[in-house]
Design a protein around this ligand. Structure first.
Ligand SMILES: [Zn+2]
Length: 86
């Protein structure tokens, strides 16, 4: 007679057959919950990073716009000085 090895789930603490637990020692229910949690945190992070990225992009776009104006001014100043030299 073969005895089935039982083990406690690391998530909910219920006793399961060891073969029913995954490699990390969680039952399928807890594994699913953990996966959902990870996914949710990833999703939240994505939203966080997306917002950071968006504000960064807007800031960058504004800076680029300012740089354009600066460059125009700078370029004209350069050409003026070049004319003086030449
Ligand atoms: Zn569990």
């Amino acid at each position: 007679m073969r005895r089935e090895v039982k083990a406690k789930c690391r998530g909910c603490g219920r006793i399961f057959l060891k073969k029913d637990l995954n490699r990390k020692g969680y039952c399928s229910e807890c594994a699913m919950k953990r996966m959902l949690n990870v996914w949710k945190s990833l999703h939240d992070k994505k939203g966080y990073w997306y917002e950071k990225w968006m504000t960064g992009m807007i800031r960058w776009a504004k800076r680029m716009e300012q740089e354009k104006h600066k460059k125009k001014r700078r370029r004209s100043a350069e050409s003026r000085s070049r004319r003086k030299k030449g």
